[in-house]
Design a protein around this ligand. Structure first.
Ligand code: ZN
Length: 315
């Protein structure tokens, strides 16, 4: 039997590419919703594993490029959004960071944050890796400080708005899950803030969709670095039955329902994607052990010195 998996998408900038990808998965897997992952009625087929498509962040391209393809192929998916970003038609902080890089934001962050990392030369560290060591309030403050000195207009319509959400819900193929309010690194947050980020997002997604929210995706999604036992306990208490992570692995019973692994797909031919799925585990090893300057390894190095791991966040 082929291995089962959850695929993680973010932006879908090419609908033809996504059409090919959707057709590829539909041919080789049984496409399923989150109910199958929660163990309610797992598909039973000896030749094919099952596959669930998940989309994080609610980028505008989901409504524009992915949804028509999903309707064409009748594939059930989950979409993880921040109700605050949808309502305010705002950008996530990391989307702002991406846009600000061309204005010298990376160097600003390296200079601005260096007193917090006295034993580090931050000049080779990415703005993202540095900022992901801070609480969300500090991240927003650093971005604000930079924008005071540099004239920057953030574009609107980067993410889905309430109208898009209505159209998405009408398809009856998309389960909406919560993805916090502000996309913090939950492990960096105080107990009060972590609780509010999780519970408010679940409550407000329900208010927007009038559908029970049973799925969640932890921002960034790596155990220890991004979330831990504290977050899992809050999620369970809030009625969440499935929490998606960015642990790269196939889906299996050995993962608890609050730590569902996913394999990220962003680009490439279906041959490349098939290879990526086949070599998912060695790829993680390569990223961890050989790519020493990857964002994950930069964060690990900085966090070790920057602060003790949040006591509530032991996995
Ligand atoms: Zn996200």
């Amino acid at each position: 039997m082929k291995k089962s998996l959850v695929v993680m998408f973010h932006e879908i900038n090419d609908s033809d590419w996504f059409d090919n990808v959707a057709a590829f998965f539909k041919k080789h897997y049984i496409m399923c919703g989150t109910d199958a992952l929660a163990g309610n009625h797992s598909p039973n087929n000896k030749d094919k594993g099952f596959c669930h498509f998940s989309f994080d962040d609610g980028h505008k391209s989901f409504a524009k490029n992915a949804l028509p393809v999903l309707i064409k192929h009748q594939i059930p998916v989950s979409l993880f959004i921040s109700p605050k970003i949808v309502r305010e038609n705002d950008l996530f902080w990391f989307q702002k960071v991406k846009l600000l890089k061309r204005y010298g934001f990376t160097q600003f962050v390296q200079r601005r944050c260096s007193p917090d990392f006295p034993h580090f030369d931050l000049s080779s560290y990415s703005a993202s890796a540095i900022l992901k060591c801070y609480e969300i309030n500090s991240i927003n403050m650093i971005i604000k400080e930079f924008c005071k000195t540099t004239e920057v207009q953030f574009p609107q319509n980067i993410n889905i708005n309430c109208l898009d959400l209505e159209q998405i819900l009408n398809s009856d193929l998309v389960e909406i899950g919560a993805h916090t309010m502000n996309h913090p690194i939950l492990a960096n947050e105080s107990d009060e803030s972590a609780r509010a980020e999780i519970i408010d997002s679940i409550t407000q997604v329900y208010e927007l969709t009038h559908r029970k929210v049973v799925s969640f995706a932890c921002p960034n999604g790596l155990p220890e670095l991004d979330f831990g036992l504290r977050e899992k306990q809050i999620l369970v208490k809030s009625g969440i039955s499935t929490n998606f992570t960015t642990i790269t692995d196939y889906y299996s019973d050995r993962f608890d329902s609050m730590s569902i692994p996913r394999i990220g797909v962003t680009k490439g031919s279906t041959t490349f994607i098939a290879a990526k799925i086949m070599f998912a585990k060695p790829w993680v090893y390569y990223r961890k052990e050989i790519m020493q300057n990857s964002e994950i390894n930069q964060r690990r190095r900085l966090l070790l010195k920057f602060r003790k791991p949040n006591e509530g966040c032991n996995v």
